[in-house]
Design a binder for this molecule. Sequence first.
Ligand SMILES: [Zn+2]
Length: 251
Amino acid sequence: MKIIGVDAATWDVIKPHRDELPNFDRLMKECDYKTLTVDEKPKSAAVWTSIFTGKTQAEHGHQDFIVDDELQRRSDIDAEFVWEKLDDRIDVRVLQVPAVAPPLNWNTDYEPEGFGLSSDPEELEQDMNQLLEKSKQVLGDDPDLFAVVFMQLDRISHFYWGDDIVLEFYRKMDDALGELLEYYDFDSDEPLIVLSDHGFAEHGEGTSPNTTGRDTKGRNQGRPPRGCGSHGQQPRHRRVPRPRRRRQEDT
Ligand SMILES: [Zn+2]
């Protein structure tokens, strides 16, 4: 099973630019996709923790990277991540799940630029490239479960929403996605999930049920016969604003 996380990816950018994002486009054509709704605070650290523990924020109690001026650690999260529960005989490799900063790895190592919280485009691009190379190296070992999360769109959206560089980073992410998908056989039954923890909007990640900032890209569970399943339902959101500049808020 392969899981590729793209932090803060939103349909509001992907859908109107499908012709420039051929790999997102391919996934939308060949796989199921939909919008998931986040009912709780769309904070990266909390949502990724929910995704990979199966617990709500109330259950795992983890709110953010920093709480009361204290940088949170794995030991501050009162829940087990899925990779911690799986049998040792399953080859599980996890790269850069941003539940804490720096992000969590499992059975592999990677150190992000700027602690995973950089705001510098050059550093973010470098980080994306390095994480891609590391991912390919790990995928080359053909693990039973592979999970990686790319945080760079979240960072760039926070600092540059409204600038052309945001779409530029979506293109870079699309290229990276294309390279990762070379390790996935679309004719197989292997599950592939490409998802985000929340979307993005002018005011940030989006906290109310009506914002477009909570779009999440989902995949099927290896439904035969086409490997990645039949065509999906339409996403709920139609509004396609051009990203506009906004101030940095939190992560
Ligand atoms: Zn996020």
